[in-house]
Write a protein that binds this ligand. Structure first.
Ligand SMILES: NC(=O)c1ccc[n+]([C@@H]2O[C@H](COP(=O)([O-])OP(=O)(O)OC[C@H]3O[C@@H](n4cnc5c(N)ncnc54)[C@H](O)[C@@H]3O)[C@@H](O)[C@H]2O)c1
Length: 318
């Protein structure tokens, strides 16, 4: 039985869909926080709620007694920990909340795993731990002790915390560093979703810098393949591993906007703004380790992924 925290979110809901679809019994834990409209999260899992292998626990990972009840009622053999305050820019506004959820919350969950003898743990880390790494492509062996935002620091802290649970409590842990994930159900604050929404509503698009900043955009289905492969890897290996999951390709801000204009058939209104503090200039994943350990092979080209996102965006709501 698998516990997925953050199950109602963008990545969590896709992961739970995949896990129950392949016959796993899944408990999804989420507190439906208001970081973005909780109704979107309820919609994400509306079909899952009717699946016999899925059960929802509405709870906060910082609530030890709620965790205790959830673990007492279920016999987990794997925890996939996705629940977090996500996003770089808002973390600069409210670092305390980010540390509370992403660091304290992660410790509470790991402590519960120790108490309940759950020995396998997957942690959602982030490409943001690389900061403004001056070496492109980003590899798991690069030094990541220079975070440039509170969010990045909380994710690096999570990786470190997981390591001592591996060392002291014999837990097998994989920390997956996700690189800018997009696709249907993507968080509304993220580029692609927010750009499509603004273009379709005739709103100006904040365009930070000269358009040369770039991201390694990773399509949700490819990421889910990587997460499930990592879960399978934990079945057979006692390990602590950090693994990049990205597309290993970079798209500049200008290219992204042109792709979105082509897919939507609408021109963008551009609102030029200076670069934002805390944003990395470029991200690109070295995925050799994911290929070697997980047979990870991202398949989705950016334009095809944006088209799938746009089809989802245009879906009838009722
Ligand atoms: N989306 C990306 O591009 C990306 C990139 C790198 C890392 N990540 C990481 O992947 C994970 C999932 O990201 P996402 O984009 O799906 O975000 P999301 O915000 O859509 O999902 C996170 C979920 O966690 C829940 N949550 C937050 N705080 C909680 C708490 N205290 N207790 C219980 N539930 C709580 C939220 O309600 C939400 O449903 C996060 O850990 C994020 O940091 C995401």
């Amino acid at each position: 039985m698998i516990l997925v925290t953050g199950a109602a979110g963008f990545i969590g809901s896709h992961l739970c869909d995949r896990l129950v679809g392949s016959g796993h019994t899944v408990v999804g834990l989420d507190n439906f926080n208001p970081f973005y409209n909780p109704q979107i999260k309820r919609n994400n899992i509306s079909t899952l709620l009717t699946h016999p292998l899925f059960q929802l626990w509405e709870a906060d990972i910082r609530d030890s007694s709620a965790l205790d009840q959830c673990f007492a009622a279920n016999d987990f053999d794997l925890v996939i920990h996705l629940a977090a305050m996500a996003g770089v820019r808002p973390s600069i506004e409210d670092p305390e909340e980010y540390y509370d959820v992403n660091v304290t919350g992660t410790v509470k969950l790991l402590q519960q795993c120790v108490r309940s003898r759950v020995r396998r743990f997957l942690f959602a880390s982030s490409s943001s731990v690389y900061g403004n790494n001056d070496k492109i492509v980003f590899s798991e062996t690069d030094h990541v002790d220079h975070p440039i935002s509170p969010y990045a620091a909380t994710k690096k802290a999570g990786e470190l915390i997981c390591h001592h649970y591996h060392h002291l409590n014999r837990m097998s842990v994989i920390c997956l560093r996700f690189f800018t994930v997009y696709g249907p159900r993507q968080r509304p604050d993220l580029a692609v979703h927010s750009f499509v929404h603004r273009i379709m509503n005739g709103l100006p698009i904040p365009f930070f810098g000269d358009g040369s900043t770039s991201r390694d955009y990773s399509y949700i289905d490819d990421i889910i393949e990587g997460v499930t492969a990592a879960a399978d890897y934990l079945d057979n290996h006692h390990c602590y591993e950090i693994i990049n999951l990205g597309n290993s390709d970079t798209i500049t801000l200008t290219q992204m906007l042109k792709t979105i204009e082509a897919v939507t058939g609408c021109p963008a209104i551009i609102d030029r703004q200076p670069l934002q503090a805390g944003d990395a200039l470029k991200t690109c994943a070295d995925i050799h380790k994911a290929r070697a350990l997980l047979a990870y092979q991202p398949k989705t080209a950016f334009e095809a992924g944006v088209r799938t996102f746009f089809d989802w965006y245009l879906r009838p709501l009722f």
